[in-house]
Design a protein around this ligand. Sequence first.
Ligand SMILES: [Zn+2]
Length: 313
Amino acid sequence: MMGMGGAAIMVPNWARTSGKIATGTAKRSVRLAQISDIHLQPELGAAKGFAQCLRHIQSQADAPKLILNTGDSIMDSIATKEPRTELQWDLWQKVVRDDCSLPMEIALGNHDYWGLDRAKSETSGNEPRWGKRWALDALELKSSYRSFDRFGWHFIVLDSVEPFQNGYRGRLGEEQMAWLKGDLAATPKSTPILIMSHIPIVSVGLLLNDLKENKDHNIEIPGGRMHLDAPQIHSLFRQHGNVKLCLSGHLHILDRGEYDGITYLTSGAVSSSWWKGIRLDRFDYGYALVDLFEDGSFSHEYVAYGWKTVMES
Ligand SMILES: [Zn+2]
């Protein structure tokens, strides 16, 4: 099953109303689009697919003002040599230049980090563009984590990827955690906050897909799938009291969890199953439309943009 045909019914019904907690009386602050896990590459029609997605967003009758990209912009640079990494970033810049006239705020994904697998990427770790440097340059970002105020909301972009051994794990690290603490403390409690991170801070879908019982009868979840520091992050959010919505990607699934009035949403993937079909037979090639309201409520809708898997021989 490679997801050919039947795309019209691929977005489950619940996804159309997921997160719809807007009161109905609050004024809308802004409409956003969230894209995630584009995994751009020369193969499988990915560039055409991504362009189709961008055009679909921009041709919405009620068009978003800003795109939030929660990472994995390119297929992979963790285990990829220099020339192919170059090729993917060039392709990214071309598609965005040609087909995107909206501003885009970008979080880095694990696949955007270059050379973490030193053997496969044939890197030493001393290359000037090793790690996040190349992605920051290609995406014209000053820092992999940052915050800004717009539309009456405070936006925090986190960097979920902590290089670890020959790969990565989902963690902010001490420096970023201290920065986050300070940033939250400096944000008025009356300002609603939206968080972007590539790796979900928490994901109920991950538990239901990947939960394993280890030999000691404990639950095991790989540390690259979800934030290992989720309890500390959530506790900071709770202390602030007005963190409303956390958007992530990474798992290429749609799910939603809510705790202490904070909603954690994983918003599918532009590339669905890495352009090879429909992820888990139900998470179509798509993006999310997110409406933010003045009272801190929001609505979230997953939209399939009509891409059909390209079969390559
Ligand atoms: Zn991904």
